[in-house]
Design a protein around this ligand. Structure first.
Ligand SMILES: *[C@@H]1O[C@H](CO)[C@@H](O)[C@H](O)[C@H]1NC(C)=O
Ligand SMILES: *[C@@H]1O[C@H](CO)[C@@H](O)[C@H](O)[C@H]1NC(C)=O
Ligand SMILES: *[C@@H]1O[C@H](CO)[C@@H](O)[C@H](O)[C@H]1NC(C)=O
Ligand SMILES: *[C@@H]1O[C@H](CO)[C@@H](O)[C@H](O)[C@H]1NC(C)=O
Length: 887
């Protein structure tokens, strides 16, 4: 059970979203019994020689400073920038979060003074709902993430009751974390430090409060760390083998001790690290003796660097207390409590600051009672006295017990001093196989133990929502596949080879699968596997009456699975269609990377006999368009429409900003906004989606795709895609929602054909109410409509740069909703009457039958005809569209 979530991704924008992702769904089974931990007695040690075996003359010691390329220092909740006691300036997060404070979902709190080491602890941002900080990285590679907390007293929240999770896109940092009340001494400040190899251009930090409890943070650091901090390859000692892959791990600092010396803070360490003193872990204390020299005498060997650990760490050590006694024969021991469900990288720092001559000191080092280094010979390794050396060990914690014990003891043989020393000690927790540094669940709810057979039913639901993590990795592989993979005309050909070396794939399919439904192991992440027979039965043999949608790829059917218990939407692709394969692939890639309340969820798939079938959650209320016009469905209220637009905007906002690399939907339209039982809107159909441009590139060049009537004129002109193209399309959707007519209606007089143009004309005249859906008249608050129309107008700006982000749009829509709600609580009567009055004598537009949806009686057509008409009108409109937008 090993699957690799990708390293986290990352300029800084802050957004807050009320949706809880699938996290809330998948976290519910967390209370189920802890997954079995394999108690295999197996000791696994990797040693990484940190210095070249051939020794050159030690480089002389110079204080090296490191300038981090990414250096995000955020003082959360502070209205001003704050200078840390170490001199670094932490920026107020107000600068970045212009939208979220106004939503009232998170609150700034401050305390005037407290016994804390830095002013960054005196303010905090408290989140009542999920909130995300997004950082745009200048450079991939190692980064520190430090989260600072101080549960200070304030009038609004009891921060000691906080309970929350913090995660990046691929890594859980804290899981349902609570402040340990027992550990609170006089001061309650602390920080958590992580070392993460960031491989994407974006890193997001998501704070997810547990229902009813607040989440908070006082300060955040996301800072580049030098590459030399972690080297990839080492050799293991038990058994002797090579250990690879340290650079793909993420780490959390559990202990960092300046052995034999005082605490060093970020002031004393150019990388901002804190080294605590070791005294409390040395047992018994009398067995060790502190020794120290002036830091300036410490040298680094060639290839070494003060960035690994500063001189002041090597300048102090603990030696055997009775080193001067005739026959010292004991070990000096440090005991460190650890959580046994993780692997650890243990880094031991040595520097011979006690010997008078070379080749005098040899000693043994043990980890949990096992020999780690026999006869450590610093003279040979470093070629000098007072020269820094370190060694890394990876311990597989399924074997070691807690406390972790680090021991040094004399070599009882030969000549030389009977002594032993150690100067520094770091213990870094490594992420587990589901990508977590805290708890057994990955970012999307995959659990370490996989699916427990006895509880398949119970967790099946959660799995559907959480089982796709592996695909994140798959998506990555796809990008690296040979150019010709698209030519292999089979759905399964691009799915299955990825698992060729993964035995758990087949076995979990067989052992977990019942006759009807088979779950892939959560590690392969494909969700539920369906047999073709099962889906044929579910769709009544692909009954034409079960068709609920059509597209270039094939049809979408409604189906019932699990003996009718669950309704699903089944998308059956045409395997002959290359476009189909591409779109299916894109869809899987996107949906597997993303989980969001406002994005439609993928449940599983079938690839039997070259079939390409995807199974989705069924959205019982169908596309938004059906509720606006064309079908005789009850008219949606203005509030419902606002809520739907807000939901869709949230989904898009998440696509643009929430993923490792932003994603452009490319086909935003009312038929791709689906409504569930409760009229919650979810974005669907990611077949055309593209990853957003990264880094310095501002756009993706691509052939123009999308739907006419919704196409961004700039994209159309320049064939350059940005997320602002989606914003444009969303502007059209907003007008469609307000006016309840299609984006393009070729049957109308020329000036009315294109809704975007038509709407903008009336908006500019300030007479938009003349063309709104007649059902809304008298039921819509004028101010709310104004705000809404303003948002639509901004979305439709000619140039992408002038358009708002989806986050801005979202804020405007929420504001429009507030205005509507405030007015429906009584005082709006007059305004409505006023609106009704102005609208009543309005001229033709409202009542012209042509202008109205029913002009296109789609419900009477078969799906094929619908598609044909859509395509035809698209082509027909092509020239006209270009003309319309060529202005
Ligand atoms: C904080 O510092 C940043 C960057 O130096 C600057 O852009 C911003 O205006 C400052 N904010 C305040 C409130 O001083
Ligand atoms: C980060 O990880 C990637 C592989 O995931 C690796 O290729 C890269 O070298 C690592 N970066 C550093 C600085 O170690
Ligand atoms: C030091 O510890 C190791 C491992 O626990 C043990 O094997 C060894 O005998 C100890 N040495 C002495 C002198 O006690
Ligand atoms: C930690 O995550 C990485 C991918 O980010 C993965 O390759 C690695 O296997 C995980 N660590 C463990 C111990 O499973």
């Amino acid at each position: 059970m090993e699957k690799k979530p990708r390293g986290p991704p990352t300029n800084l924008s802050l957004s807050s979203s009320s949706s809880l992702l699938s996290f809330s769904l998948s976290s519910s089974p967390l209370s189920s019994p802890p997954m079995a931990i394999l108690l295999v007695l197996f000791f696994f040690v990797a040693a990484i020689p940190s210095v070249p075996p051939v020794l050159a003359a030690p480089a002389s010691s110079t204080a090296v400073s490191f300038t981090p390329q990414d250096n995000f220092l955020i003082d959360s909740g502070s209205v001003a920038n704050t200078t840390h006691s170490d001199g670094r300036v932490f920026i107020s997060d107000q600068t970045f979060g212009k939208y979220y404070s106004s939503q009232g979902r998170d609150v700034l709190i401050t305390v005037p003074s407290a016994d804390v080491p830095s002013r960054i602890y005196l303010s905090a941002r408290v989140f009542i709902q999920e909130a995300v900080y997004t950082f745009h990285m200048a450079r991939p590679g190692w980064h520190w993430i430090r989260l600072h907390f101080f549960a200070f007293n304030n009038t609004e929240f009891i921060l000691e009751n906080a309970k929350f999770s913090v995660m990046t896109d691929s890594l859980v940092l804290l899981h349902e974390f609570t402040i340990d009340a027992s550990a609170t001494n006089t001061t309650k400040w602390f920080f958590k430090e992580y070392l993460v190899n960031v491989t994407a251009e974006r890193l997001s930090l998501k704070f997810v409060p547990v229902k009813g409890a607040p989440a908070f943070v006082n300060a955040i650091e996301v800072v580049s760390a030098p590459d030399i901090l972690v080297t990839d390859i080492g050799s293991t000692l038990f058994p002797v083998a090579q250990y690879n892959g340290l650079v793909t791990q993420s780490y959390q600092t559990v202990y960092r001790l300046n052995v034999g010396g005082p605490q060093l803070t970020s002031r004393n360490d150019t990388l901002g690290r804190t080294w605590t003193s070791d005294g409390q872990y040395l047992q018994p204390k009398v067995s060790g003796n502190n020794v120290s020299v002036a830091p300036s005498v410490i040298k680094y060997p060639e290839g070494g660097s003060p960035l690994i650990a500063p001189q002041s760490v090597y300048a102090s050590a603990v030696e055997m207390a009775t080193a001067n006694v005739a026959d010292p024969n004991f070990n000096v021991t440090w005991n460190l409590e650890i959580d046994l469900s993780y692997q650890y990288l243990i880094r031991l720092h040595f520097c011979d600051i006690i010997s008078k001559t070379l080749d005098d000191l040899y000693f043994n080092v043990y980890i949990n009672g096992k020999m780690a280094i026999s006869g450590l010979d610093l003279s040979t390794l470093t070629g000098g006295l007072a020269t820094a050396y370190y060694k890394d060990f990876v311990v597989n914690s399924t074997m070691i017990s807690t406390p972790l014990s680090i021991q040094i003891g004399p070599m009882n043989q030969g000549t030389g001093a009977k002594n032993a020393i150690i100067n520094g000690l770091e213990v870094l927790k490594m992420n587990n196989s589901v990508g977590s540094l805290d708890g057994e669940y990955g970012v999307d709810g995959r659990s370490l133990g996989g699916v427990n057979k006895g509880t398949v039913a119970a967790v099946g639901f959660a799995m559907m929502f959480g089982a796709f993590v592996g695909l994140g990795a798959m998506a990555f592989k796809w990008q690296k596949r040979p150019q010709d993979w698209q030519k292999r005309n089979s759905f399964s050909s691009w799915l299955l080879p990825l698992h060729a070396g993964d035995t758990s794939f087949m076995s979990s399919k067989n052992s977990l699968g019942s006759r009807k439904s088979q779950f892939f192991s959560s590690t392969t992440g494909l969700g539920r596997y369906f047999s073709f027979a099962e889906l044929s039965e579910a769709t009544k043999n692909w009954d034409a009456n079960a068709v609920i949608g059509v597209g270039g790829f094939g049809n979408v059917y409604i189906g019932e699975i699990d003996d009718g218990a669950t309704k699903v939407a089944v998308k059956r692709g045409n395997p002959q269609s290359e476009q189909g394969i591409n779109e299916f692939q894109t869809e899987i890639q996107i949906l597997s990377k993303l989980r969001h309340r406002h994005l439609v969820s993928l449940i599983g798939y079938c690839d039997e006999n070259t079939e390409m079938i995807l199974v989705y959650e069924f959205m019982s209320n169908g596309p938004l368009r059906d509720h606006l016009y064309g079908k005789d469905l009850p008219s949606l209220t203005w509030k419902q429409r606002l809520e739907i637009c807000i939901g869709a905007a949230r989904g898009l906002h998440y696509l643009h900003t929430g993923a490792a690399q932003g994603i452009i939907h490319r086909d935003v339209k009312t038929t791709n906004i689906l409504l569930d039982d409760n009229f919650i809107a979810k974005m669907a159909d990611f077949g055309l989606s593209k990853d957003a441009p990264t880094g310095s590139e501002q756009h993706v060049s691509t052939a123009v795709k999308g739907s006419f009537g919704y196409l961004d004129p700039e994209y159309f002109r320049k064939q350059q895609l940005t997320d602002k193209s989606d914003v444009y399309s969303f502007g059209v959707v907003l007008f469609e929602v307000l006016c309840a007519r299609p984006a393009l209606n070729p049957a109308l007089p020329r000036e009315q054909v294109n809704l975007a143009e038509w709407g903008m004309q009336w908006k500019r005249k300030g007479l938009l109410e003349k063309i709104i859906d007649p059902h809304l008249i008298g039921n819509i608050n004028l101010e709310s409509m104004k705000k809404f129309a303003e948002a639509a107008e901004k979305c439709l700006a000619d140039y992408g740069v002038d358009r708002p982000t989806m986050g801005d749009v979202l804020w405007n829509l929420e504001y429009a909703l507030q205005l509507q709600e405030a007015s429906s609580q009584g005082k709006a009567e007059d305004e409505n009457k006023a609106l009704a009055a102005t609208a009543a004598p309005a001229p033709a537009p409202i009542s012209t039958p042509d202008n109205h949806p029913n002009a296109l009686p789609e419900q009477s057509r078969t799906p094929k005809e619908v598609q044909a008409v859509d395509e035809h009108s698209g082509t027909a409109m092509f020239a006209q569209f270009a003309a319309l937008n060529g202005r």
